[in-house]
Ligand binder design. Structure first.
Ligand SMILES: NC(=O)c1ccc[n+]([C@@H]2O[C@H](COP(=O)([O-])OP(=O)(O)OC[C@H]3O[C@@H](n4cnc5c(N)ncnc54)[C@H](OP(=O)(O)O)[C@@H]3O)[C@@H](O)[C@H]2O)c1
Length: 255
């Protein structure tokens, strides 16, 4: 059998590149689709060519905004990808999302989460088999927290309880799902890390490890959605055992 052809949308981004590398390591042919490689999922330009002949599509697209602009980006791109996948006869679309993002509280928290919820809703109606892979926040989100809320010498970090997961575990799972059997119609897989940590503690520990100047100040989030992104007790969620503190130790390297 010939090697499967997988198109990774957002294949030059943090997770997309990691997944693309793993897929190639496991013998797949990979197309990395992004605006820098001539594919715009927002307008649809280059999408048909990127998906032509593909067995599988992995959607790792992202948009750098917390505003409602994320809703039009994620829903518009998902609709175009779903249509193009159907037209190209793609057998399986793997979509990367966030645990609980379609629940009412996260959706109201930021335009970004509303956008991810809209993306999930569009793919739920797609006429191709879809695996929805939801994960909790990745350890690397601590870096974004530090960069986002910089105000003079202070770094304001929205106060959330998270159960963060090692990004390698996310990339491994996505590659495994992409190369596995597609579902008949829909499948949901969820992945979390081993322990609950506050976003403020994550950011403060990373700032210390990477020697980032400035004081981390947790910022209460209005509407008390602080624990809304944690997996619910009744959900089936796989857990990766690697801890945030071990990941920080690895960054620090040998002393
Ligand atoms: N960070 C977390 O903790 C976390 C947790 C769970 C799920 N996720 C989800 O994981 C996904 C990937 O996140 P990431 O941090 O890996 O993203 P990222 O590093 O920001 O990469 C985004 C990718 O999308 C491409 N892209 C952006 N706009 C595009 C467009 N209009 N057309 C085609 N390509 C476009 C970018 O390339 P160009 O700029 O060249 O187009 C890039 O390759 C997101 O959907 C996010 O919600 C993240």
């Amino acid at each position: 059998m010939s090697a499967p052809l997988v198109t990774v949308l957002g294949g030059t981004g943090h997770m997309g590149a990691a997944v693309a590398g793993r897929l190639e390591d496991r013998g797949a042919q990979v197309r990395r689709a992004a605006r820098s490689t001539g594919v715009d999922a927002g307008t649809g330009a280059g999408l048909a060519e990127a998906l032509a002949g593909a067995d599988v599509v992995v959607d790792c697209l992202n948009v750098p905004t917390q505003s409602r602009r994320a809703v039009s980006f994620f829903s518009g791109a998902a609709a175009k990808v779903a249509r193009a996948a159907e037209a190209a006869g793609v057998g399986h679309v793997v979509v990367l999302s966030i645990v609980n993002v379609a629940d009412p509280l996260p959706r109201r928290l930021t335009g970004y989460y509303a956008g991810k919820a809209a993306q999930e809703a569009v793919y739920a109606g797609a006429r191709v088999p879809v695996s929805l892979v939801r994960t909790t926040a990745w350890f690397t989100l601590a870096r974004m927290f530090l960069e986002m809320g910089r105000v003079g010498p202070v770094r304001l970090v929205p106060s959330l309880q998270l159960q963060p997961v090692h990004p390698d575990a996310v990339a491994d799972l996505l590659a495994e799902v992409a190369l596995g059997e597609p579902p008949q119609e829909r499948r949901l897989l969820q992945l979390a890390g081993p322990e609950v940590i506050s976003s403020g503690a994550m950011a403060a520990s990373l700032a210390e490890t990477d020697v980032v100047p400035g004081r981390v100040v947790p910022l209460p989030v209005p509407g008390a959605p602080g624990r809304s992104l944690l997996p619910h007790a009744d959900q089936q969620v796989a857990t990766d055992a690697r801890t945030f503190s071990a990941w920080l130790e690895d960054r620090r390297g040998p002393s």
